[in-house]
Structure formats: structure tokens, C-alpha cells
Design a protein around this ligand. Structure first.
Ligand SMILES: Cc1ncc(COP(=O)(O)O)c(C=O)c1O
Length: 415
């Protein structure tokens, strides 16, 4: 189905398509160009037959459907009372940052990372502490991936009051292994630092990859043995391509933490749910499984396409990824930037000078392809571009050709 001609998105209210020029291919905002599962459109069509859209509540079946999904997919038994419904992941994260930290507090994140993490911390008057990921050069093609810099984290953790984790990782495409998460948990638990784990990409996995929930109760000690005050954030939006119908879940095992979060949501008037969103989300978790399998195999194929297109380009590579639909393209060697593997901890997100990838992004748009500038994800992301490959094979191939032309042109432009 996903290999059939895809629906035209221009004029449908799609942010990235409406901003793009007439012949421009937008490969930046992280939604997919694929139609959603028929279960979702059917449920919405059914509900639209009823002509009244009054105040509504969360349908009783919805948390049950989400819990069944997590149990079946991730071997994760979530207790019903641990769930708190949120307006969206980022809104939930923002409320949590406000509720569990104080203005001026230092909050750790693993950069480069989804840039709204920086916005949330800074706009709420907290201080970003960058604990940059380490680049692991691997022997297999394409040769590099992110991991945690545990030595650096051990030092930095003493200086922060909370940590934002992105698991799976955007933009690196890593699905953190159990060993990595357990080591991180040992550090955060013994430092008594609360972790807010954004798991919005948990379902978008490549073949052979398993997602390990941060809070999974049967994880080996110390994760399973401690009284966790951490929070995980999950949502149907990325999984089922319905971010225009936003809603999300917080999983909050600790009763006191849960009550504080609920109070904070109430105080900000996050009380109502969106009726059509609930219909879509319930239908997705109940009947979207087969569709997701199809999507996952298409996404893996697209990732292979990206790798094949980038492989012949001198000094350019794609990071090794295990999930999500965004490729992280490393152009540092091509641009004569140092291919550092370790980065120093720092606060804020300032760059020294103008990031190279920002200038490239502007030039790439003139070549008809719009990618995300890697430096937006933190200074460690300069020299990288992020490319969303959740689109048709045809459009992706065209976008990759334009990217290649832009890379050549940038050599000359930059000389
Ligand atoms: C890591 C991550 N968290 C959160 C979001 C957005 O979540 P929401 O739309 O539910 O606020 C995105 C979207 O790109 C994301 O990549």
C-alpha cells in the first residue's frame, strides 16, 4: 500500500508541505507522507456520522488498548493507575519540568537532541546542561553511532536536578540497549536525579531491534528494585502518523510524583480531551498493528536507500540507526570539520560562529530539498543534517539526488 502513489499533501494543512516552494521536497518535519491505518480513518468516519461534538472524556477502552499494546509489543505491564493522559508529549514534558524543577535549576540532556528539549528548559527559566553523546566509530558500514559518554555523565550528574532522555534517540536513530539504559539508571538512581524519558519513537523499530522501556518493571536491578520517581512519555502520534491529532501518555509509577503531575496539569487547565483524537488513538492501538508492520518494513527499505545513495559520496556518511525515520548524515569530513568522537560538557546551546550546516541548509533549499540543520539539535550537531525518509521511494530518490548536487555545490560555494 505504501508503495502506491501517495496522497498529495499540499493544501491539506500539512505544515512542511505548505511552507515548501512549488518544486521543493520537504524532508525535515518528522511526520510521514504515508496514509494512516484504515482502522483510524474508519473510526473517524464512523464518529463523524454523529453530528454533535460536545465536551468529551477519555474513553474507558483507551487506556486498556494502550496497556495491551505495551504488554504485547514491549513486554511491559503498565498498571492502569500509573497512566496520566497528556495533551501531547512536549506539553507533558513542559508541565513536568515546571512541576519537578525550580527556575534556575540545571537540567541535563544528551545532545545533539530534539531541539524543543532546549526550548522547554530555557523558556521555563532553567539551565540546559549538555552531556554530549559520544560517537562510537564502528567497524561495520556506515561506521558510526551514538552512545552515552558515561564518564562525563558521572561527573555532570552531580550538577543537575533532572535529566531529559530521548529513547529511542532523535536525531541519532539509536534504540538504546538494555546495557546502556541500565548503566545510565545506575548513575541517575545513585545520584537521586529524576529522569523524564521521552519514548515517542518506541514503536518505530528496524528488524531485529527491541525497545527497552526506561521504566519496565522487570528490568534487572537497580531499575526494577528502586522506587522510581521517573516518568516515561509515550504517544500514538509518531507510531501511527497522527501528530495532527495530538495526545500522549505519561507513565508515572510513583504515587506522589503522579499526584504532583496531575495537579500541575489541572492548574494549567489541561482537563479536556479531544473527541476525534481519542477516536483515532483508540482505533490505532486496537487495529493499527498490521499497518505498523508494513510501515516498519517500508521505513527500513528507505533507510537502505539513504545509505546506498550516501555511500559513494566522499567524506559523507549516515549514522547507524536501529529505528525512527530520520537519518543523521555526517558531513564533517567533507566540510573539513574535525571528526571528534567526544565533546565537552557545557551549558546552553551557543555555537562558536555560524554553524556550517545552517549555511548548507540554505543552499540545499536552493537545490530543491529541505532538510533539518543539525546544529539546531545542539552545537555537537554542526556538520550534520537530518533527513526524514518517511516518504515515497520516488520522492526520496529525487531528494537524495538534489542533496548530492547541493553537497557538490557547497564545496565550491565554501571554497
Ligand atoms: C523526541 C520527540 N519528542 C516529542 C515530539 C513531539 O511530541 P508531541 O507532538 O506529542 O508534543 C517529537 C516530534 O518530532 C519528537 O521527535
Amino acid at each position: 500500500m505504501m508503495e502506491m502513489p501517495l496522497p498529495e499533501r499540499r493544501g491539506s494543512g500539512a505544515f512542511k508541505w505548505d511552507l515548501a516552494g512549488d518544486d521543493e521536497i520537504p524532508l525535515w518535519v518528522a511526520d510521514m507522507d504515508f496514509p494512516v491505518a484504515p482502522a483510524i480513518t474508519n473510526a473517524l468516519a464512523q464518529r463523524l456520522k454523529h453530528p454533535i461534538f460536545g465536551y468529551s472524556s477519555v474513553p474507558e477502552q483507551y487506556p486498556a488498548a494502550f496497556r495491551r499494546w505495551q504488554a504485547a509489543r514491549n513486554d511491559w505491564d503498565i498498571e492502569a493507575e500509573h497512566l496520566v493522559v497528556l495533551p501531547s508529549v512536549m506539553q507533558g514534558l513542559a508541565v513536568a519540568v515546571e512541576a519537578f524543577t525550580a527556575p534556575g535549576d540545571r537540567i541535563g540532556l544528551f545532545s545533539p537532541v530534539y531541539y524543543p528539549f532546549f526550548d522547554v528548559v530555557e523558556e521555563l527559566g532553567r539551565v540546559v546542561v549538555r552531556m554530549p553523546l559520544r560517537i562510537e566509530e564502528t567497524s561495520s558500514a556506515p561506521g558510526a553511532r551514538y552512545t552515552f559518554d558515561f564518564d562525563l555523565i558521572r561527573e555532570q550528574i552531580k550538577t543537575v536536578s533532572a535529566v531529559l532522555l530521548c529513547s529511542p534517540h532523535n536525531p541519532g536513530g539509536r534504540v538504546w540497549s538494555r546495557a546502556e539504559l541500565v548503566e545510565l539508571q545506575e548513575i541517575t538512581t545513585s545520584a537521586g536525579v529524576r529522569v523524564l524519558s521521552d519514548e515517542i519513537h518506541a514503536d518505530l523499530l528496524f528488524p531485529g531491534t527491541a525497545f527497552v522501556p526506561w521504566l519496565r518493571s522487570d528490568a534487572p536491578a537497580p531499575a526494577g528494585s528502586r522506587d522510581s520517581a521517573d516518568i516515561a512519555f509515550l504517544a500514538p502520534s509518531k507510531t501511527f502518523n497522527i501528530p495532527g491529532l495530538p495526545t500522549a501518555w505519561a507513565v508515572v509509577p510513583d504515587p506522589e510524583t503522579r499526584q504532583t503531575l496531575k495537579n500541575a496539569l489541572h492548574a494549567r487547565m489541561h482537563k479536556l480531551s479531544n473527541l476525534l483524537t481519542m477516536e483515532a488513538a483508540l482505533a490505532a492501538y486496537s487495529g493499527g498493528g498490521e499497518w505498523l508492520e508494513e510501515i516498519r518494513s517500508v521505513l527500513y527499505k528507505r533507510y537502505t536507500t539513504v545509505r546506498e545513495a550516501i555511500a559513494p559520496l566522499d567524506g559523507v556518511r549516515v549514522f547507524e540507526m536501529e529505528g525512527t525515520f530520520i537519518a543523521w548524515i555526517d558531513l564533517r569530513e567533507r566540510w573539513g570539520l574535525p571528526r571528534r568522537t567526544r565533546f565537552a560538557a557545557a551549558t546552553g546551546r551557543d555555537h562558536n560562529g555560524t554553524p556550517r550546516s545552517r549555511a548548507f541548509g540554505t543552499l540545499a533549499r536552493r537545490h530543491g530539498v529541505w532538510l533539518s540543520d543539525g546544529s539546531q539539535f545542539g552545537p555537537e550537531g554542526d556538520g550534520f543534517m537530518r533527513l526524514n525518509f518517511a516518504t515515497s521511494a520516488e520522492r526520496l530518490n529525487e531528494g537524495l539526488q538534489r542533496l548530492s548536487a547541493a553537497i557538490d555545490a557547497f564545496d565550491r560555494h565554501d571554497a
